[in-house]
Design a protein around this ligand. Structure first.
Ligand code: PLP
Length: 374
């Protein structure tokens, strides 16, 4: 009765743990900031509802918002205009519309392992084949040129990059960004760059793929930047030919992003990124706290993440990561088994430190206790 295309496509391992948690559990599982959205966004949302903004917006999104986004993207690509910007229902929808507009059955798509949980199912749904490149702690979660070159075939259509990265917290260096651009140029690949954590970066400046090569689909979101994952607003830009397809795909699944939420985002954007900077300052303190505490657990090794708000320690016992995560859940802490993000995630757990310092301290203490029983 059901469509074959969904065979083998399962619920993500992040959600599974979340749904098994009891109500008093400490959540170090989901990747959502524990801050409220900026006050000006909340006010604008209420006002937008009161003012009767309950209709559809343009398919592409509200023009003033597209203009504001274009202003931001000019930092990377000076000739961008609002006509190159599509407002989406979060980065997730942007990624899905990109997959639907780009991948043909039989195409191969390079993607990180471990990597964000949507990339591979999106490819499979389109009949394309995910081909994984590894990001390992020993390589500081950086992509390796030799491996990437060995994975490219005549069928390779695109490469997905995500820096700062979920789940590793890695940030690609300048050398790696250049290497991927050269690889894409040499093999005529589209680069799909997921930059939803561009404001959560702890050292130096964010390096975007946008503006460095002509075949770049750039996906971003306000979920993390303005602490509003449930408000579901994101944006993307792409070369004209791809952009038009993506916008059409977007129309057929969602018509437009929620109108009041777009107005709320616009109000926040007009104030700049002070709020993201404030959150990142706090995340930086939590980062050190959680990494130090995790490294105190015998058999755990955590590196210092350079961006995003995840720590992905490796553990040394020969035991399934799902079993370890279940023990930790029984002790009252939600985390995510590394294998939820790919084969190279095995022997790792992912902890989100978008949670209070008390939660981090109490949570990691429970992890240490649970670990003794594994
Ligand atoms: N990309 C990455 C790497 C993510 O971690 C997430 C969310 O966790 C998303 C995209 C999608 O976010 P949203 O759909 O809320 O914009």
């Amino acid at each position: 009765m059901v469509a074959k295309r969904m065979d083998g496509i399962k619920m993500s391992g992040i959600r599974k743990m979340f749904e098994k948690a009891n109500k008093d559990a400490i959540h170090l599982g989901l990747g959502e900031p524990d801050f409220p959205p900026p006050p000006e966004a909340i006010e604008a949302l209420v006002q937008a509802a009161k003012d009767g903004n309950s209709r559809y917006s343009s398919i592409f999104g509200l023009e003033p918002l597209r203009e504001e986004v274009a202003k931001y993207l000019k930092n990377y690509k000076p000739d961008i205009t609002k006509d190159d910007v599509l407002v989406t229902v979060g980065g997730s929808e942007g990624l899905m519309c990109t997959a639907g507009s780009l991948y043909d059955p039989g195409d191969e798509v390079l993607m990180p392992d471990p990597g964000f949980v949507l990339y591979a199912p999106h490819a499979r749904l389109m009949g394309a084949k995910p081909v994984f490149y590894s990001l390992t702690m020993d390589n500081d979660f950086q992509p390796q040129q030799d491996e990437l070159q060995s994975l490219v075939t005549k069928k390779t259509k695109a490469i997905i990059v995500n820096s700062p990265a979920n789940p590793t917290g890695g940030v690609f260096g300048e050398k790696e960004v250049r290497m991927i651009i050269d690889l894409a140029k040499e093999n005529d690949l589209v680069i799909i760059t997921d930059e939803v954590y561009d404001h959560v970066i702890y050292e130096g400046k964010h390096i975007s793929f946008l503006g460095k090569y002509d075949k770049v689909v750039y996906v971003n979101s306000f979920s993390k930047t303005f602490a509003m994952p449930g408000w579901r607003v994101g944006f993307l830009t792409a070369p004209k030919e791809i952009f038009e397809r993506i916008a059409t795909y977007h129309y057929y699944i969602l018509a437009c992003a929620p109108n009041p939420n777009q107005l709320a985002v616009l109000a926040a954007l007009k104030k700049g990124f002070y709020y993201a900077e404030k959150m990142t300052k706090e995340f930086k303190e939590r980062r050190k706290l959680i990494v130090d505490l995790l490294n105190e657990i015998p058999g755990f090794t955590a590196n210092m993440p350079k961006g995003a708000f995840y720590s992905m320690p490796r553990f040394e016992k020969k035991v399934e990561d799902t079993a370890v995560a279940m023990k930790i859940l029984e002790a009252g802490v939600v985390c995510t088994p590394g294998s939820a993000f790919g084969l190279h995630g095995k022997s790792h757990l992912r902890f989100s430190y978008a949670s209070s310092k008390d939660n981090i301290k109490n949570g990691v203490a429970k992890v240490a206790e649970a670990w003794k029983k594994v």
